[in-house]
Every structure is written in C-alpha cells, then in structure tokens.
Design a protein around this ligand. Structure first.
Ligand code: ZN
Length: 431
C-alpha cells in the first residue's frame, strides 16, 4: 500500500542535514518508509492520495524525557518546592499505583501526545511492562526501562531491582524496534557504585541505551561533589563507565564547563526540560554552551506533575525563549536548531537513526500542522511559525511508520471513550 501526501508545505531535510521548506512538492509513503519527497511532476504513482493543502508536513516530535503515567498526578503538589513536592505530594500517591493504573495513565498520556504531534517518547516509570503494552497497542514509538534504583551498598534495596532492569531489556523485544527496551539509572543520588557498575557490565553484552537524570537541582549537584571527592554527577558517571555507553541525560541544569567537555567527548545527549525546570525552579540549563560545543541537545516534557502537560510545541517555544534570554542574545538560536532538538536530535538521543527527519528512506513518522487559525497567518517563515506561533492543537494528523494514528480529533488505535471512563475511575479510586 502506498500513499501520496499532496499540497502541503513540507519541512524536509536536505543532503546537508539542514531543513528545506518545499512547496509544490509531495511525499510518497510505501509501507513504513518515505519513498519519495520532491516535485509533484516527478512523483511516482501511489495507491491513494491525501490532500494536505493548508497544512505543514513536518517530522513527528520526539519527547526525549517523560514519565507518561504521571498523567494520573497532573497538577498534584503545584506550588511546592522540589523536595517537598516529591516527599509530601508525589511519593504517597505513587506508592498506591498498580500496573492497571499505569496502563490507564500511559494510555491517557499517549492520547495527549498523539493529538499534539509526538510520534516517539522516552518513558521512565514503574511497571514498564504495562507501559510497553500501551505503546505497542497504540502504534506510537517509545523507549521503555525499569527505573534503576539502589539504596544500599551492602544489601539489595529495592529487592531484585538489578535483575528486573536486565529482564526488561532481555525480555521486551519488538522485531520492528518501534518500542525499545533500555537501561535506566534514576540518578547518581538514588543509586550507588556497585549497582552502577553492574548496569555498565550488563550493557556490554546487551548494547542498548542508558537513560539517566543528571544535575537537575543545585543541591543534587553539590551533594554529589561532596560524596565523590569533588566529582560532579557527569564526572562520577564518566568515572563509572556509564558514559561509554549510548547515554542520554535529562535536565543537566547545573552541569559545569568541564562536564560539557566530557559530554562532548563521550557523545552524551542532554535532554532539555524547559517547563519542568521552570515550574520546579530548578534553574537554567546552559543549553547555549552545549549547542556551541556541538552537543546533540534533545527536548522533553518530563512528567505531567511538574509541567503539567505533554505539549512539545510549548517546550519548543518556552525552551527557545529561555535560551535566548539567558544568553542575553536574541541571535543565539535559530528556529531550525530548536526544531532539530525536538525531532532528529531526540531520535538520535534515543538510539534511533531511522526517524526524526523527512528524508527518503526514513520511517514515515510525519505530522500535519494546520495553518487555518489566525495565529498561523501570515506565514513568512515556516520554521519561525512552528516554534513561536504553532500550538499543539494545530496538529491535525499524526502518522507513525506510515500509519495514521490520529486525525482531526479521532484516534485510530485507541478507544477514547473507554480511556476517558477508565481514567476517571482510576482518579476516583486513587484519590
Ligand atoms: Zn524525569
């Protein structure tokens, strides 16, 4: 089955890796792949055609750091400082959650993400098997892990956690690599040397990614230095060998110049979480410096309780404003660079080289953004329009691997009514 998307404005990627805005062109999709992007007159015949006039066709957004099931905790503890927020508001609720709750919360998250143009997400939360099943069933792409935690050097707390981490990577396999299982270290402060070494050792034969929180707060960063003879979280993880694996690191708010050097050398992808860092007043990540050094910076929403939505267009917008203002330089970042963070850079961070760009041979992970509403006209510069004007609600179609999963408010793979009923039921039960 082949499909031709005609009449839209296409945000393609050229041979030089830079975005190209194409008009009078179309995209042909065969099975899961983009087979053709170019002028209508040269396009091959396709089995079906779809009129995309008045829309921008762009790569699907990659949310490189999330905790999807936290939709169940949307807005909980709003206004509290991070430590108090975690201990008094979040942890007591999380302790009650069952695998069924995780399934319900994740499905609710996937609905929000598909409707807002996200085609791939990194998920870090309890009961990853439930998350895996939802991602598989919905058709979206995602990376899933068992949260790596270790509270004692002498006995295993939580019990059996290391084996659970390994079993997720070994047992959750998708022939298609649409959903990927990987390792996770929650952070330097919730693990210890013995556990970290075992994860590094296990990944030597399993060759997946490692997802980790790094230097989110000043306190975490400084306490790490006290614990480890002046080593920062990045310095410590480097010493432990974690950064020799394909590692991506959420937050990186308090990283120092020497950390950025290490991340560059070890090809670590930092993940910027603009809304979450602002809401929890964690600080300003030195994203301008990281980009200057050529780091592969990605963007994520973080969990729904510290954001409080999964709207990647909002992250693009706010992230760009924060970087410019912090650098006191309006020229510091162009809209194309921001869009790359939320597409191809995110895909690379998650170990995916076959998506994140509209290019022949890549997977057909494509979204359509409507230019109908007043805030989308005039459209002098498409990339500026997408970063500074577009809203998640302008997304009218979300396609993953050539399959339309969401179109004009309709979910093709999810029973939205049932999902809403289950969500309300779960909220009543949990609270
Ligand atoms: Zn997080």
């Amino acid at each position: 089955m082949s499909l031709k998307l005609t009449g839209g404005i296409i945000l393609a990627t050229g041979e030089n890796g830079e975005f190209q805005v194409l008009e009078g062109s179309c995209i042909c999709i065969e099975d899961k792949y983009i087979k053709y992007i170019g002028p209508d007159r040269d396009a091959p015949e396709c089995d079906a055609e779809k009129d995309m006039r008045g829309m921008i066709l762009m790569p699907g957004l990659v949310n490189a750091h999330g905790h999807g099931p936290m939709t169940l905790l949307r807005g909980v503890g709003g206004g509290l400082a991070l430590q108090e927020w975690l201990e008094t508001a979040i942890f007591p609720i999380e302790a009650k959650l069952t695998p069924k709750d995780i399934e319900i919360g994740e499905r609710w998250a996937v609905m929000e993400m598909l409707a807002g143009g996200t085609t791939c997400v990194s998920e870090m939360y309890d009961f990853p098997e439930a998350t895996w099943e939802v991602l598989k069933g919905s058709g979206i792409k995602g990376n899933v892990c068992r949260v790596g935690l270790s509270f004692s050097e002498t006995e295993e707390i939580p019990k059996n956690r290391f084996n659970e981490c390994v079993n997720i990577v070994k047992n959750l396999k998708d022939d298609d690599d649409r959903v990927i299982s990987e390792f996770c270290l929650h952070s330097e402060y919730l693990t210890n040397e013995g556990f970290v070494r075992k994860i590094v050792e296990a990944n030597k034969s399993l060759h997946t990614n490692i997802n980790v929180h790094v230097s989110e707060t000043r306190r975490e960063h400084e306490e790490c230095k006290q614990r480890h003879g002046g080593l920062t979280p990045i310095g410590y993880l480097d010493k432990m060998g974690i950064l020799d694996e394909n590692t991506y690191a959420a937050h990186c708010v308090w990283v120092e110049d020497s950390d950025i050097e290490i991340m560059k050398e070890k090809k670590v992808s930092p993940v910027f979480n603009p809304s979450s860092n602002c809401k929890l007043a964690s600080g300003f990540a030195p994203i301008d410096k990281m980009l200057e050094k050529g780091l592969n910076v990605a963007i994520g929403t973080d969990g729904c309780a510290s954001n409080d939505n999964l709207n990647m267009f909002e992250e693009l917008h706010l992230g760009s404003l924060l970087i410019k203002n912090k650098a006191s330089d309006a020229t510091v970042l162009n809209a194309g660079q921001v869009l790359k963070m939320a597409t191809v850079n995110g895909a690379r961070a998650l170990g995916r080289t076959d998506t994140g760009e509209l290019k022949v041979g890549k997977r057909a992970d494509i979204i359509a953004v409507s230019m109908d509403k007043p805030h989308m006209y005039p459209a002098f510069d498409i990339m500026n329009l997408l970063v500074y004007s577009a809203q998640a609600s302008d997304v009218v179609m979300t396609m993953v691997d050539g399959k339309i999963l969401y179109e004009n408010g309709i979910y093709k793979t999810i029973d939205a009514e049932k999902a809403r009923f289950e969500m309300k039921d779960a909220i009543a039960r949990i609270y």
